[in-house]
Design a protein around this ligand. Structure first.
Ligand SMILES: NC(=O)c1ccc[n+]([C@@H]2O[C@H](COP(=O)([O-])OP(=O)(O)OC[C@H]3O[C@@H](n4cnc5c(N)ncnc54)[C@H](OP(=O)(O)O)[C@@H]3O)[C@@H](O)[C@H]2O)c1
Length: 282
């Protein structure tokens, strides 16, 4: 019987601690979200982030732009938030509509307000082993491993998926924590063999029930980032029911990685506020 890595419980515990820290700090951190268009999933994620802010005493401001906003229009909104001294963190909800140059928008967010950790400067710091703000989903996964006292140093970790928001930063965080990391993607040869070597397996590909029990090393720790619809139900990349008896520990979907992502966003925003208050005290 494997341990269920309960991201919901751990995130609630960490948010409770964060709420007290914010109260004690005397600071009023503020997060701004930018959403372009009316994609229902993006709107739901943004609402969840605002709700989380409210729960811990972080102010939140939502900037909503129509779907036909140009790249320049989004850049103007981001620059206004960069200049606003009352805003500590800026989150641009991805994906942006096709006509908007996401890379330019991400690079326009001031690195010291980049609580999503996507700015090239913050990515560079992460990959050079000196992280500042790091992407919320992989950072939340590292926190989950830490909270469950799962050893990372020296183990073989396999990350499936190389996106800029999950797979790549995940591989860097695991490397920084002294794991031996293999980063797999759609062109990986002998993918099943690579996956089966994992002591820690992180799947971030977005394909329902892709990871089957015969692909998992007995006793592996299995982290499921995927969010997929299957027969009207929300499921991960991992066939949870079939894999849970092989893994030593596994995240459920929902209730695993997702809540940790939001908790990390709150922690990053408070950190940005603390760093700003230190800077302005100099
Ligand atoms: N829980 C959360 O908080 C959270 C946060 C972010 C994302 N997600 C979910 O995580 C999943 C991945 O998100 P993402 O943004 O990383 O997705 P993405 O940008 O679409 O990247 C998917 C990655 O998976 C790889 N891939 C796709 N099919 C594959 C296959 N058959 N074998 C091996 N690799 C394959 C792709 O390889 P190539 O690079 O070769 O194309 C790509 O690197 C989605 O379900 C998303 O909804 C969850």
């Amino acid at each position: 019987m494997s341990t269920i890595l309960d991201g919901k419980k751990i995130s609630e515990m960490r948010l409770e601690i964060l709420k007290e820290e914010i109260e004690d700090s005397g600071l009023y951190p503020r997060l701004a979200t930018v959403i372009v268009g009316s994609d229902p999933a993006s709107q739901m994620y943004v609402r969840m982030k605002h709700r989380a802010c409210e729960g811990v005493g972080i102010g939140s401001v939502g900037v909503e732009l129509p779907a036909d906003t140009t790249t320049q229009g989004v850049l103007d909104a981001v620059n206004r938030l960069n200049r606003d001294p009352d805003i500590n963190g800026i989150l641009v909800q991805l994906p942006l509509p096709k006509g908007v140059d996401s890379e330019r928008v991400i690079a326009a967010v001031s690195p010291d307000k980049d609580v999503d950790g996507y700015h090239p400067e913050n990515m560079g710091l992460l990959f050079s082993g000196k992280p500042r703000f790091t992407s919320c989903t992989p950072t939340g996964i590292m926190t989950l491993l830490f909270e469950y006292k799962i050893p990372v140093a020296g183990v073989r970790a396999v990350v499936v998926g190389r996106s800029i928001d999950v797979g790549r930063p995940m591989s860097a965080l695991l490397t920084n924590a002294d794991a031996t990391v293999t980063l797999c993607h759609s062109k990986t040869r002998n993918l099943n063999e690579e996956i089966r070597r994992a002591d820690i397996l992180v799947s971030a590909i977005g394909k329902a029930h892709f990871i089957q029990p015969e692909m998992v090393k007995p006793g592996a720790v299995v982290i499921d980032v995927g969010i997929n619809q299957l027969n009207g139900k929300l499921v991960g990349d991992v066939d949870f029911a079939a894999v849970k008896d092989i893994a030593s520990a596994i995240t459920p979907v929902p209730g695993g990685v997702g809540p940790m992502t939001i908790a990390t966003l709150m922690e990053n925003t408070f950190r940005a506020a603390k760093e700003r208050s230190c800077d302005s005290a100099l």
